[in-house]
Design a protein around this ligand. Structure first.
Ligand SMILES: NC(=O)CC[C@H](N)C(=O)O
Length: 226
């Protein structure tokens, strides 16, 4: 059974939901601790949403220096699948594992709602289970979700197919080019601002679309092992 590690930082909020989503999808879950530099034999890592270190300085700016992040960065560079959700996406940008930055929502309000996305790249460890241009509905909840990068980086992301999902039917935070999720060049590292782990059960809704990210990585890992 593939092992998915879920990191807890001081101030993480969605680590429990991320662990639950991974478990529901059929993974063995290993809880990882920010101060422990070991990955304990996991096959993939989720950096969950929340308010690591109280969002002091900038969201993710302190978590990026946590001891566990050195191991995560090494593993990511070696090809291990890593998904950063919301605060996790912010941490991946701060750690330069993904390009660009997440800045204050343009309207300066925290936004929490269900959000439609269009999947634009299914060629990643975390999205291979979706169909191209599939529309999905998952929650978004952030204060600093406005993705920015310089024009050249944005054009490169477009040209390389690194824009994985865009907001449709309304952009909740003013994100450049409606970017909701990006991947690194290799396709093993994904940053996504909305929350797949909150859309995995009919009881809590708003859909089961979030499961696709976890089943994708399990399929990717099974393929890698074969
Ligand atoms: N849900 C989250 O992970 C929120 C991330 C971060 N604290 C923000 O407000 O943008």
């Amino acid at each position: 059974m593939s092992k998915i590690g879920v990191v807890t930082f001081p101030g993480s909020l969605d680590d429990g939901d991320a662990a639950r989503a991974a478990r529901i999808s059929g993974a063995e879950v290993v809880r990882l601790w920010h101060a422990d530099p070991e990955l304990h034999g996991v096959d993939a890592v989720v950096l969950p949403g929340g308010f690591s270190y109280g969002d002091y300085l900038r969201c993710g700016a302190i978590a990026r220096f946590a001891p566990v992040m050195e191991a995560v960065a090494d593993a990511a560079r070696g090809g291990m699948p890593v998904m950063g959700i919301c605060n996790g996406f912010q941490i991946l940008c701060e750690a330069h594992l993904l390009p660009g930055a997440l800045t204050r929502n343009q309207h300066l309000h925290f936004r929490n709602r269900d959000q439609w996305l269009r999947m634009e790249n299914t060629d990643t460890a975390w999205t291979n289970h979706f169909t191209d241009r599939q529309e999905i509905l998952i929650p978004v909840k952030n204060g600093e979700g406005c993705y920015v990068a310089d024009q050249r980086t944005l054009d490169e992301l477009e040209a390389n197919g690194q824009i994985v999902a865009r907001y449709i039917r309304g952009n909740p935070n003013g994100s450049t080019r409606d970017i909701a999720a990006i991947r690194n060049e290799a396709g093993n590292v994904l940053g996504i601002m909305p929350h797949p782990e909150h859309a995995v059960e009919a009881l809590t809704g708003p859909s089961l679309d979030g499961l696709g990210f976890f089943s994708s990585v399990l399929r990717h890992l099974a393929g890698a092992a074969a």
